[in-house]
Ligand binder design. Sequence first.
Ligand code: SF4
Length: 123
Amino acid sequence: MLSVGPSSLPPTEGTAPGAGVWREDAACRGIESSVFFSPDGERGQARARREERARRICEDCPVLSRCRDHALATGEPYGIWGGMTETDRRRHARRLRRGEYRPLTPRHARPESGGTGDAAPGT
Ligand code: SF4
């Protein structure tokens, strides 16, 4: 398991100058990766509480959009990236494949009703 959150992962956006530099401004720098990545066997309320804590950190992150875009573009299978859980990302990808485009909110606000949070702002 990684010792800190997504900001510590190696850049995978290519070798262009500045690639992956956004991680230096991440709000999760120095935070244990166990906040963002599910431990083996985690379920139910324990998982919901951990994900809520991670989403709150992401909400105030200045590089949320870069992080979320990276996770969606690279198909990150695990963890919370840009305020999205792996389930959020799978649902988003499924909707895109079906041609159901729903723009993600700029700050990917936490869903109020257990949805994915990718509804249009104000909906
Ligand atoms: S959006 Fe969340 S996971 Fe991504 S860098 Fe910011 S705090 Fe870390």
